[in-house]
Design a binder for this molecule. Structure first.
Ligand code: SAM
Length: 185
C-alpha cells in the first residue's frame, strides 16, 4: 500500500456524522443519483457517500463500493447493515493499480471519486476503467481536497480524464474541494 493511502483510523473520522455539517452527502449527490441507478463509489472507505447513495438508488438500484483496504470495506458492510441498505451495496476489493471492473462494462449510471485520486498511482488507468464501465453520456463526479492537492495537480488529473474519453461539463462547488463533473463522450 502506498504511503499516501488514507489510514483506517482516518476512515473513522471521514465516516463521522459530524462531517455532514461540512460535506452534506445528499446535497452533493442528489443532482446526479436517481432511483434505480447503478453507481460506483471509488475509494469508498467506510461509506460516508456510499450509504446515502444506496438510499437514493432505492431497492432496484446498486452501489458498488470499491476500495483498496479490506478493513474499510468490512466496516462499510457493518454500517450498511445497520442503515438497512446492505441489499443495495456491493463490496469490491481492488488492487493498488487496477480497479478490476471489466465485468461492469456499460452498466454504470454514475461514478464518484471523492478524495481518492490523489492517493492513486495512475489516474489515467482509473479514468480508462471507469469510462468503460459507464453507460454513454453518464457522469463522473471527482473531488479532491484543496489542502492536499494543488490547482496544477488537479489540472493534470483533468487532462488525464480528457485523454480517456471524458469531457468536463461542470465545476460543482464543494467545500474545501477542487471538483469537476465529467461526462463520458
Ligand atoms: C481519503 S479516503 C476518502 C474516502 C471517501 N471517498 C470519503 O470521501 O469519505 C480515500 C480512500 O481511497 C482508498 N484508496 C486509496 N488508493 C486506492 C486505490 N488505488 N484504489 C481504490 N481505493 C483506493 C483508501 O483506502 C481510502 O479508503
Amino acid at each position: 500500500m502506498a504511503e499516501r493511502t488514507c489510514p483506517v483510523w482516518v476512515g473513522y473520522f471521514l465516516a463521522s456524522p459530524v462531517r455532514k455539517l461540512y460535506h452534506n452527502p445528499v446535497k452533493i449527490l442528489s443532482p446526479y443519483i436517481k432511483d434505480g441507478m447503478k453507481v460506483i463509489d471509488i475509494g469508498s472507505a467506510m461509506g460516508f457517500f456510499s450509504i446515502p447513495a444506496a438510499k437514493m438508488v432505492g431497492k432496484s438500484g446498486k452501489v458498488v463500493c470499491i476500495d483498496l483496504q479490506k478493513e474499510m470495506l468490512e466496516k462499510l458492510e457493518k454500517r450498511a447493515r445497520k442503515a438497512k441498505v446492505l441489499a443495495q451495496i456491493e463490496l469490491h476489493h481492488c488492487s493498488e493499480n487496477l480497479l478490476g471492473i471489466d465485468s461492469l462494462k456499460n452498466q454504470i449510471d454514475f461514478a464518484l471519486a471523492f478524495a481518492v485520486l490523489h492517493e492513486m498511482n495512475n489516474v489515467s488507468n482509473v479514468f480508462n476503467e471507469v469510462n468503460k464501465a459507464l453507460k454513454p453520456n453518464s457522469k463522473m463526479l471527482i473531488a479532491e481536497p484543496a489542502g492536499h492537492v494543488t490547482k496544477e495537480a488537479f489540472e493534470l488529473t483533468l487532462n488525464a480524464s480528457l485523454k480517456n474519453n471524458f469531457k468536463v461539463i461542470g465545476e460543482p462547488e464543494i467545500r474545501g474541494s477542487l471538483s469537476a463533473l465529467l461526462e463520458k463522450k
